[in-house]
Design a protein around this ligand. Structure first.
Ligand SMILES: C[S@@+](CC[C@H](N)C(=O)[O-])C[C@H]1O[C@@H](n2cnc3c(N)ncnc32)[C@H](O)[C@@H]1O
Length: 259
């Protein structure tokens, strides 16, 4: 299966790559400023000061190019974090291990802009409460470690419950959980954009604001009349939901649209 529409231009517009580019572009001005200051007789700065200067320039570039606001502190502090990490003289295998762990956990989140964060049991119970009382085919698109799918499969033995997940580590963990608990839940690794939603009565999504416009277009064109699209926390802009309920007092809202 491919991993999402959009191709190469979409890939290069990923915020993480733009942030990296801004760090690269900030190198020369930061270097020039430090050279000029030393030519004026200032002592060589502490590496952390140089790193903060680099981070400040990168953060300004990111603000100018309108990256999301939460990128700015990351941009500011990233070079300093590198300096501190190098100073700690940690074994390179630790960096490699952490890199591989996060790669397998987040996979192409930098492109999809949908990282892993789990929903909780009150949300799963709210979803169960919304399901029509007849055999259904349900799917969690981006099923993470499989909590919702396993719960639905246990509570609705009359229905076929599936999950699809792009990142290898959550997909593997959910498949192992299903096997170990003898669950009827089915998990597959792949991109939900490659699925045909016409085969499902209920599609559940817990994604991110960035994913909503494409999801709505896909659901609207593929889901059958009467099918139910659920989205936890994130609304489709300009599409009033038919269902809006709060699984936990003070928590996020579970939205639903009937096709
Ligand atoms: C916020 S988590 C939600 C996990 C789970 N649905 C839950 O409710 O706990 C979103 C998940 O969607 C996955 N994901 C993002 N884009 C995807 C795509 N195009 N196809 C399949 N999975 C995707 C991410 O890897 C991540 O694990």
């Amino acid at each position: 299966m491919s991993e999402g529409g959009g191709g190469a231009p979409q890939f290069w517009r990923a915020p993480a790559l733009r942030a990296l580019l801004h760090q690269g572009l900030a190198l020369s001005p930061a270097f020039c400023i430090l050279v000029v200051l030393q030519a004026w007789g200032m002592p060589a700065p502490h590496p952390l000061v140089a790193a903060l200067l680099q981070g400040g320039i990168a953060a300004s570039l990111s603000a100018w190019r309108r990256l999301a606001i939460w990128w700015l502190p990351i941009q500011l502090l990233f070079p300093s974090a590198l300096v501190v990490a190098l100073d700690l003289r940690l074994p390179p295998s630790l960096f490699l291990g952490l890199f591989l762990f996060f790669l397998l956990l987040y996979w192409s989140s930098f492109r999809t802009q949908v990282p892993y964060y789990p929903s909780t049991r009150p949300v799963w119970r709210a979803v169960v409460g919304l399901l029509p009382a007849r055999p259904l085919r349900c799917i969690d698109i981006g099923s993470g470690f499989g909590g919702l799918v396993l719960e639905l499969a246990a509570l609705r033995p009359d229905s076929r419950v599936e999950g699809i997940e792009l990142a290898p580590l959550p997909w593997l963990a959910s498949s192992v959980r299903a096997r170990c608990t003898r669950s009827r839940a089915r998990f597959r690794r792949g991109d939900y954009l490659d699925l045909d939603f016409a085969g499902y009565d209920v599609v559940f999504a817990y994604l991110s604001p960035a994913a909503m416009p494409v999801l709505w277009e896909k659901a609207h064109s593929e889901m059958r009349p009467g099918a139910l699209l659920l989205s936890y926390e994130f609304l489709m802009s300009g599409r009033a939901p038919d269902i809006a309920l709060q699984p936990r007092h003070g928590g996020a809202v579970l939205y639903g649209w009937r096709m």
